[in-house]
Structure formats: C-alpha cells, structure tokens
Ligand binder design. Structure first.
Ligand code: SAM
Ligand code: SF4
Length: 510
C-alpha cells in the first residue's frame, strides 16, 4: 500500500468541501492574481470571428506551420482556423489534421476502457447524475473484492490493458482509496480465454477531482498513468452557474490550476478536457489552447491528451437537454480538426458517448484513442449478465456506441488502422517532457508501431474471434513489412520479440 501518512482526513463531506483546497497551491500559478485563461482576449477573438471571414492564404500558412513544427498554435491562429466556413478549405484542414495524426501517431488507435469506481459525490454539478442530493442515483463505492471481479472481466474476458478509472469526489474515495484501487488493478492477473496466458491491466489512468501536490505524489508512487480532469467550462461565469459556490468544485481556480500541481508533483501525463455543450465551443477551444500554452511555459510539457466529451442526458437533470450551447455532429467534427491542428502533438480521445456514426466519421479527423465494450455503471462489467446493461440510475449517462471490442477492432482493421494495446510509454519513462520532442518529430509514432504490433498480436491470439483474427493477421503482415523497410537493421530484433509473442510470451516491448 502507498504511504498515506501525509494525507489529510476529513470528518464528513461538509468538512471536506470546506477544508480540502490549499490556497497557496492556487496562488503560486496565478502570479499577480492574473489568470492564464484570458477572458478578455478570448472574448475579443470571438467578436472578430463574428465580424470577419477567414483569409485562405493565412489559413494555409497556419496549417503549414502546424504540420511542420508540431508546436501549439497561438490563440490568434486557432481563431483564424475557426473562421473557416468554406467546405473546400475545411477539407484541406481535415486532411492536414489526418496527416499530422499519422506523423505523430502513425496509423494506430489506442484502446482503453472506462472503469467507474464510485458515484458518491460532495459536489452539486447541475448536469451530472452523480451530484450530491440526486436521490434517484443508487450510490456505491467498489470494494477491492468487487474491483477484482471487474478486472477479471475487463482484462480476462475483454482483453483490455489500459483503463481510465473514474471517481466521484468524496471522502470515501480519498487519495488513499484511489491509490489502493490503482495497486489492486495492477496486481490482478487472470488467464486469457483462448491461450491461457496470464494477462492483466498495465496502465491505469485516472479521472478524478483536482488534488493537492502531496496527494498527487502518492498517486505517482503507485504508478498512475495520465491524470485526467475535465474543466467542464473555462467560462468563469457559466462555471459558477453550474457548480454551486458551497461545493469544493465551485472553486474555478482550484480546478484550472490542477495540472500545474500535477506537473509539479511529477505526474507528467496530464489529460485536459471540456464538457462540450455548456458554453460556446469556440470559447472552450481557445481557452484550452491558453491552458496548454501556460503548462508549456511553466513546465515545457503540454497536454498528454485532450478529451472531447459532449453533454449527455443524465438522471435527475434537464441541463443536458436544455443548454443553449449543445453542439451537433458537424461541429463536433470541426472541433476535432481544429484541436489537432492547434495542439498537434497531443493524444485525442473520443469516447463511446458518441454514436457509432459519429465515431466512424471522425477516425480521420485527428483522433488517437477510443474505448469499446464499455460499461459505465458501477460494477457494470461483472454484473453485466445479471442486470440491465444501460440503467440511468446506476450510471452517469447513457452510452452511444455499444459496439464490442471485437467488432471495433475488426472495423478499424478494415480501414487499415491498427488497434494498439501498448502501455510501454510510462513504464519506460517515456512520459511528459521526454516524450514531447519524440512526438513532435514523429519519432515516437514510428517507434510505437512496433509495440502496437506486439500488443495487437497478443490481443488477437488471446481474445479475437476467428473472423477478426484473419483480418488482423493481414494487417500485421503489412505493418511488419513497413517496419522492415523503415528499420532494416533493427528488424531482426523486432521479429525476435514478435515470434516470442506468437509462442505465448507476453508483455514484450521496446
Ligand atoms: N468527479 C470528478 C470530477 O468531476 O472531476 C471526476 C469524475 S466525473 C464522473 C467525470 C466527468 O464526467 C466530469 O468531469 C464531466 O465532464 C463528465 N460528466 C458529468 N456529467 C456529464 C453528462 N451529463 N454528460 C457527459 N459527461 C458528463
Ligand atoms: Fe461529482 Fe464529478 Fe459528477 Fe460533479 S461531475 S457531480 S464532481 S462526479
């Protein structure tokens, strides 16, 4: 177990909401009281967008800069891209976004699964079914034994290697609890159905509330992957409307500075996100750029990932249906393209909240990660056979894409995309600043192809249906040929590991 001696304990939820925040850890990153989310600048850029149209020559210059340098754009440049309405010019942007994705991440899509640990919460977010006081919600915190049952399904039956563990904000799911769940996930090993090989979870990313530096160090010590916190909305006024002042989440500055604390604590893969639909998407994306740039300025590390959740219907609230800022599928696709061009090196996650049609469409819009065979009910994976799959009162919202992992892997392979189960990065120290340069120059993308092939081979042998294995095998042959051409001298070492994997050895990586 982690050393939790430094952790503060709270009498109850009210005590927690009042005493959790450490003001000094906010002030440090807002020198002179100036916030890096420059509301005046964003408002000015949006006003300009509304009154002028895009200059195609300038737009093409910005596309070229993004593609060549892979550096985060200036907010003014992102704003210029946002002005584009001409379908032909937008198609040029989309094609460039796809090329950048290939330069940085090759033809891989990384696979993960969400795992909800608890739905107890001290906060009152008006759009969320988990909010305090929603009596419709059935509350639950997974015990370690229940968690093991969840892992048995996720790792042993579906074949996942990478999780995003999700927690409500509550004293019962303190840092101590989060650390224990991470350790439990890593420790569990199960036999794969087809080969009997020992398989388990190799990377646990966390989506939880902002934490103080000392708590983040505890999560680092147990091997957290990415720490993901969605800002919901960067617009302070709307943020305050959605998050009551009495709640710990009501503190905008505590949330906006959380990744600065992560990087200070050495948790250097940070996952940013906005809950699209709460505010004008242009405001959110421009603010995301300002956030990324401020992290780069302080730490020389930007977002490891960006997520693009859209507001979904949830139990006991009408906000998701009634918000004036809901976005349609075409706007969603546009957001992804502009995000890829604006933060070219980052991973981009599109979850099963989206419909199958929406996810299929945006596969060539710069995205890099998706989830499948997902269940977001608490204990949803192991209770799947005994209870209703989608039950609003046991989960945060309803999922849009219920395709199985086998179906999705097959679909991706049919489009020439390899599903990667690779988790080598953080275990080899390729995180944060170490990986930024490799990503920007395209080195990481090619290098990861090898690990993608090895982990894809594992998954095909351990879990795939015959039909999926057939199409997967053909894709692997193509990938190996590409690696041979790219790295002729190194290729024999790759084949050595590949053949060992075929013989049943597991978790081999470069
Ligand atoms: N409690 C932590 C927090 O709020 O940061 C983390 C867990 S919370 C369940 C994870 C995310 O779910 C939130 O950050 C929010 O963006 C998202 N969420 C909440 N209600 C939602 C809804 N109705 N539709 C889509 N996403 C929602
Ligand atoms: Fe709690 Fe997070 Fe839901 Fe807000 S979004 S009510 S903090 S679980």
């Amino acid at each position: 177990m982690a050393d939790t001696s430094r952790l503060r304990h709270f009498k109850d939820a009210a005590d927690y909401a009042k005493n959790f925040i450490i003001q000094g850890e906010i002030d440090k990153y807002l020198p002179g009281g100036r916030h890096f989310i420059d509301d005046a600048l964003i408002t000015k850029l949006i006003a300009e967008m509304d009154s002028t149209s895009a200059d195609p020559a300038r737009v093409r210059e910005i596309i070229a800069k993004s593609e060549e340098t892979c550096e985060t754009l200036l907010p003014e440049e992102t704003a210029e891209l946002m002005k584009v309405t001409d379908p032909g010019l937008f198609e040029e942007m989309r094609a460039a976004a796809d090329r950048i994705k290939h330069k940085v991440y090759d033809n891989r899509i990384v696979m993960f699964a969400p795992l909800y640990m608890s739905n107890l919460c001290v906060n009152g977010c008006k759009y969320c079914g988990f909010r305090e006081g929603n009596s419709l919600q059935k509350r639950r915190v997974l015990t370690m034994d229940e968690l093991k049952e969840e892992i048995d399904v996720l790792a042993g039956r579906i074949g996942h290697k990478r999780l995003i563990a999700v927690y409500g904000e509550h004293p019962s799911t303190s840092t101590e609890y989060i650390a224990e769940t991470i350790e439990t996930c890593y420790a569990r090993q199960v036999a794969a159905p087809r080969t009997g090989a020992k398989v388990g979870i190799r990377r646990v990313n966390v989506n939880a509330a902002p934490l103080p530096v000392e708590d983040l160090k505890v999560l680092r010590s147990v091997g957290i992957g990415t720490f993901q916190v969605f800002q919901e909305t960067y617009n302070r006024k709307l943020y305050e409307q959605m998050h009551p002042a009495w709640s710990v989440k009501g503190n905008y500055d505590w949330r906006t500075t959380c990744f600065h604390r992560c990087l200070e604590a050495g948790v250097d893969d940070v996952g940013l996100g906005v809950l699209y639909g709460l505010c004008d998407w242009r405001y959110e994306l421009l603010a995301t750029i300002l956030h990324a740039r401020d992290l780069e300025r302080w730490f020389n590390i930007g977002p490891h990932t960006l997520s693009f959740p859209r507001l979904e219907p949830a139990s006991g609230t009408r906000v998701p249906e009634e918000s004036p800022w809901l976005i349609d599928d075409a706007t969603f696709a546009r957001i992804l393209v502009i995000a890829r061009l604006s933060v070219p090196y980052t991973g981009m996650i599109v979850t099963a909240r989206e419909s199958p049609a929406s996810r299929n469409k945006v596969l060539d819009h710069g995205m890099t990660q998706l989830d499948c065979s997902s269940n977001i009910a608490i204990k949803g994976y192991s209770d799947f056979e005994s209870e209703a799959h989608q039950e609003k009162e046991r989960q945060q919202f309803l999922l849009g894409d219920n395709r199985s992992i086998d179906e999705m892997v097959r679909y991706l392979a049919s489009r020439g995309i390899i599903t990667s189960f690779c988790t080598a990065g953080y275990r080899c120290g390729r995180t944060g600043g170490c990986i930024m340069d490799a990503l920007k120059t395209g080195r990481e993308g090619k290098f990861c192809k090898i690990n993608a092939v090895l982990t894809f081979r594992e998954w095909l042998d351990d879990f795939a249906s015959d039909e999926t294995r057939k199409i997967g095998d053909a894709l692997i042959d193509k990938e190996l040929a590409a690696i041979k051409e790219w790295l002729p001298k190194f290729f024999p070492s790759v084949m050595k590991q590949y053949e060992a994997t075929c013989r049943g050895e597991r978790d081999l990586f470069f």
